[in-house]
Design a protein around this ligand. Structure first.
Ligand SMILES: Nc1nc2c(c(=O)[nH]1)N[C@H]1C(S)=C(S)[C@@H](COP(=O)(O)O)O[C@H]1N2
Ligand SMILES: [Mo]
Length: 371
């Protein structure tokens, strides 16, 4: 057989670990990580880009809800990478199966696995690159990541169903163990532990000291808080001298910064929870959104549109659903950690509200409209 060379040779792969029990043990952990990742991803998508019908149902509590779900999303996604690598390693000799297809059904099954593996790898790596704010591709990240998530999850369910018997047969520990399997699984556990412990510190406070591989440290930045988009990047370093907050609604009005500072001020402890996986808590001081809306004659159940001074950018305009608008913790903040907002944190005024993705905590606010 001329074609049966290299990896296609009979017995080309000699490790005893290319066997289903090892694959099933890894598959269980990988499945658990992907389930957490998928569900928390849906939460993130719903909060960041809610369809209109969902708006009235979105809740501003628990205060740290988004911090926890998005932290879990990024942690489980990162843990899934070494798990997927190890699991693929256990089965990759199948890639060189001979003959390549035994029947039409077998060929289709192999095509399906190819699609599943591709979708899964793309999904995990676009997510990882997003935590690094690196977008080396021409397609929009968020929509691609969302739809690939559905594709990968659907493909995974079909895969589990197709392999059901094999999985069931290898689910329980066999009577005779395999020493190499133990060592291999210990090594994979160590790898997962290492990537998790050195990145989770970007959102889990007590792991902060181990935060070696994470792209951010939650306490590094002006006023003790990281910055995603700086004032220089947004072109808002110099705020017009005649800056006024414009409030539109049934009774529109405008306020200078001095007038805003004269209104009742409240202090709240709330996190910035970035979709990229870092989060950091801070003490914010400012005016309640509910007070500003009431003064504009907002009817009950109104929501808010917020516009930034920033000339362009995907987060220039954001909306705040009704439940967030009446939450006493939702502020138009003028100060952070006891100081006037730094330009990078949104001077002269920014939005801060509980259970809200960081991308919607609009900086350099210029206008709010009651909807
Ligand atoms: N106008 C405007 N507001 C913005 C952004 C932006 O690009 N433009 N970035 C958002 C993102 S992605 C995050 S995580 C938070 C970060 O706030 P910080 O820089 O004060 O920590 O600001 C949000 N507010
Ligand atoms: Mo963010």
């Amino acid at each position: 057989m001329l074609l049966r060379r290299g990896p296609f040779r009979e017995g080309a792969f000699r490790s005893p670990l290319h066997e289903p029990r090892t694959t099933v043990v890894l598959g269980r952990w990988l499945g658990a990580a992907l389930l957490v990742c998928f569900l928390t991803g849906l939460v993130s998508h719903a909060l960041q880009d809610p369809p209109g019908w969902l708006l009235p149902y979105l809740q501003s509590r628990p205060v740290n809800g988004y911090r926890v779900t998005q932290g879990l999303h990024v942690i489980s996604g990162i843990a899934a990478i070494p798990l997927l690598g190890a699991k693929l390693w256990t089965v990759y000799p199948r890639l060189f199966e001979w003959p390549p297809a035994r029947s039409v059904l077998h060929a289709l099954e192999r095509l399906g696995i190819f699609a599943l593996v591709s979708a899964m790898l793309l999904e995990l790596f676009t997510g990882l690159f997003n935590t690094l704010q690196w977008y080396p591709w021409p397609f929009p990240f968020r929509q691609t990541h969302f739809w690939l998530g559905w594709l990968a999850t659907g493909g995974l369910l079909v895969h589990i169903a197709a392999k059901g018997t094999l999985i069931a047969r290898n689910w329980h520990r066999p009577a005779v163990g395999l020493p190499q399997r133990r060592a291999f699984l210990t090594a994979v556990t160590a790898a997962v532990g290492a990537v998790t412990l050195t990145t989770a510190g970007q959102t889990v406070p007590f792991l902060g000291g181990l935060d070696l591989l994470a792209p951010r440290r939650p306490d590094v930045g002006p006023q003790g808080l990281p910055v995603n988009r700086t004032a220089a990047q947004a072109g808002t370093v110099t705020v017009p001298a005649d800056w006024r907050l414009r409030v539109d609604g049934p009774r529109p009005y405008q306020l200078t910064l001095a007038e805003l500072a004269q209104l009742p001020q409240y202090e709240v402890e709330l996190p910035i929870s970035c979709v990229e996986g870092w989060s950091a808590s801070a003490r914010w001081t400012g005016v309640r959104i509910a007070d500003l809306m009431e003064r504009a004659g907002a009817p009950a159940g109104a929501s808010l549109r917020v516009t930034s001074l920033e000339a362009a950018g995907p987060y220039r305009v954001t909306e705040m659903p009704p439940d967030y608008c009446v939450d006493p913790l939702s502020l138009l903040a003028l100060r952070v950690n006891g100081e006037v907002l730094a330009a990078d944190h949104g001077y002269p005024a920014r939005i801060i509200a509980p259970n809200r993705p960081g991308v919607l905590q609009t900086k350099w606010v210029e206008r709010i409209e009651v909807l």
